[in-house]
Write a protein of this length. Sequence first.
Length: 509
Amino acid sequence: MSTAAPPPPLTGARLWIAALTLALANFVVVLDITIANVSIPAIAGSLAVAPSQGTWAVTSYSVAEAISVPLSGWFAMRFGTVRWFMVALGGFGVFSLLCGLSQSLEALVLFRIAQGFAGGPIMPLSQALLQSIFPKEKQGAAIGLWAATTTAAPIFGPILGGLISDNASWHWIFFINLPVVALCLFVVGRTLKPFETPLRRQPIDIIGFVLLVIGIGAFQIMLDTGREKDWFGSTDIVVLAIVSAIGIIAFIIWELTDDHPIVDLKIFRHRGFAAATGVISVGFGSFFAVVVLTPLWLQSVFGYSATQAGYTVAWIGVFSVLIAPAAGLSLTKIDPRITVSFGVVWLGLVTAMRTFWSTDSSYFDLVLPHLLTGIGMPFFFIGLTSLAMASVKPEETVSAAGIMNFCRTLCGAIGAAIATSRWDSESRQVRAAMAEGMNGVDAAIGRLQSAGLSAEQARASIDRLLEVQAATLANLHIYAGTALLFFAAAAAVWLIPRVKISGAMGGGH
């Protein structure tokens, strides 16, 4: 095993070219989580399958990615961080090409699984490499750049997917990855080879890997299909839940007792890492619940297209990108827990603003909370990432990044699943309660008929009014609950021990 001293950080144009390349690689991988969502009808129609079957193009990717992200540390340790990053990025490009060339659903799902498995490690590996190439005094900027791409990509995915599907062909949502991957591989190969990490030839933890695939795979499929199958009213979902619970419990026990675990869960012994990961998981789950629910509500109530709804939500990215550098630099000036608390409380307040929305809200009313959300996101995301990484040893950085990314991504999926499911059920409950309490229905139908509507059209108009109001009230209830979760997460920030972030993100005890 090599014991050579690490190379000096990059400087000047070479640093920023490498940094932007790593950020771009991270962006394109995270983008693929959401870019296919709005293209499902086009994919299903092209491949002659039902839209419900088309959703497997999304589910297969998210399942494979969820499994591969926590394995990043083991693969980086065995094959080298730079080497494995290039292998993963190259694989992501190859399987993106094969996804775009697919002529059947079976082929598309197979290649999406491979694409997700290859793309998953790029998130934590790009984070670790960014920290390696930046000087100690600019580590905040490294985290800020990575965080900006991680938060912006899921927002821009549906917009880009909608534009491509409407104006070209769904195949291009995969083909657009190819020039990006080629550029990133060229730059990484030319600039980052000196930053290769020492290799450790540990045995392959086959049992741990199998348990991870079973437990997390079943859980992710349950989340992705639960809504359409009425959750635990479906035998399939109950079976998936049981398999997932057994698999995850067995995986945790095995990994904590095995001499060479494929996922180093002992990293949670660091209280700072455990608390920071918990807070970012709750916060990101709450954030993603809002980001996923809002477009659905806009399409249901205001009649927005998927692309129009995406443009509305995309305003989050404006301040997120602009403030990210300042949020990163602030970490070295004051206690990071203060800025993180500010960011999480801010997200709670902005979410609470949404409870004042109504069916009469103007476009500015809808955009303002999204725009303001971008102010809090960098302080929340960058600060917690930095605190988590500063709480572990340098040699644990890649494993810690993989585990934290896994927890964050999985909780995002949980938050979205709970929010959309709760919205459906509560909308029905509110609608039933409103229908029971309505007075003067016959008179209202009479007035509508006198205005020129038929009896059937008048009833449909009142029914639509009930549906819209019920969907809106249910939505506002979920926003209120999500705001409370943000406030609770802000209080939990203070469970993280004080850490001075003055240099490297790892080993900053």
